[in-house]
Design a protein around this ligand. Structure first.
Ligand SMILES: [Zn+2]
Length: 223
């Protein structure tokens, strides 16, 4: 297991269990991918395989056009979207997609989650934005993700009427963003039932985000 691709296969396989643990997925809907550092390759979940049956060996290695390089199964049906993100955002090392419940409830209304909690300012530094409605089958979803996140602090986008895509410096950071996205979507939804959540001043959002991203925690493991 010294081959860098084998390490990434294990990491991507293991991170799918985090989607299950945090209840972000049902059946086989949801996927994690990681860029292979220094190569034009990515590792992604196979299509239609249950989370219980995922192993490092079952992961699919694709090029950044989404073509299979190694693997016995077809890659995730969302592979084209992941590949588009890696081609256009070179700083991104991991991508996650889920249909997590509360985030999808916002996506179904096409409404951004407002930044009304300090934990949101920390992790997202802004509202969680909405991306365009896009059908699977070409580059529309990938383009929608990239166009929405390219100049946005948030590592998460709610694709309209669909679900969540998150990005990170690696796959673990993208999984963390997916977990936090669902958490804040749930809390702000609940808050809404009782009234209008109070906005946080932009200067405070900026200060919180800067501190969390640059000062807080173990620097090497902060995101
Ligand atoms: Zn989806």
């Amino acid at each position: 297991m010294n081959d860098p691709i084998d390490l990434i296969r294990r990491q991507v396989s293991d991170l799918h269990q985090e989607l299950v643990r945090y209840q972000l997925v049902v059946w086989t809907a949801g996927n994690v991918s990681a860029r292979v550092p220094g190569e034009d390759l990515m590792v992604i979940k196979p299509s239609g395989v249950s989370y219980d049956e995922l192993t490092p060996e079952a992961m699919i290695v694709c090029d950044l056009d989404g073509k299979v390089v190694e693997g016995a199964h077809s890659p995730s049906s969302d592979t084209a979207a992941h590949a588009y993100v890696y081609r256009h955002l070179p700083e991104v090392g991991g991508v996650v997609h889920t249909h997590s419940t509360y985030a999808c409830a916002w996506a179904a209304r096409g409404e951004a989650v407002p930044c009304v909690l300090t934990a949101m300012a920390d992790e997202f530094g802004a509202e969680i934005p909405v991306g365009p409605f896009a059908l699977i089958g070409d580059d529309s979803i990938g383009r929608g993700i990239v166009d929405t996140l390219r100049d946005h602090r948030s590592p998460a986008v709610l694709m309209k009427s669909h679900g969540v895509f998150t990005v990170g410096k690696d796959a673990k950071a993208a999984v963390k963003a997916a977990v936090m996205c669902e958490d804040v979507a749930r809390t702000v939804h609940i808050s809404r039932q009782l009234g209008e959540p109070l906005p946080i001043a932009q200067a405070h959002i900026d200060a919180l985000n800067h501190r969390y991203q640059h000062v807080y925690g173990q620097q090497s493991a902060a995101r």
